[in-house]
Design a protein around this ligand. Sequence first.
Ligand code: AMP
Length: 108
Amino acid sequence: MDDCVFCKIASKSIDANLLHEDDLCVIFRDIHPKAPTHLLIVSKKHIPSISEMEEGDEKIVGHLINSAKNIAKKLSLTGYQLQFNVGKDGGQEIFHLHLHLMSNLSSQ
Ligand code: AMP
């Protein structure tokens, strides 16, 4: 999607200092952190929202959750929250699938 900021970050047409990249997702820090550690785990595929998942996308959603677990372990985050905002009424601002990882613990 040409005008999607998370597509641009995932394809590296804009820089976001990636903490992790694989075939299905990228991970980077939220630009306006709402916790001492606030990461975004973002699908490479442009899926607008959890509410617009198609058949087969559950593999990607599972991968986002597993990737959150792995990056938390790598950053020694022993506790954290995972959150999908779904739809405007659910607080979603960027309509490209992403999972928030927030922790009261700091990380570098
Ligand atoms: P949501 O409300 O679930 O759509 O969350 C979107 C999140 O993306 C917000 O927490 C924003 O602060 C964050 N965000 C928006 N643009 C960028 C960007 N260029 N780099 C990092 N985080 C961003």
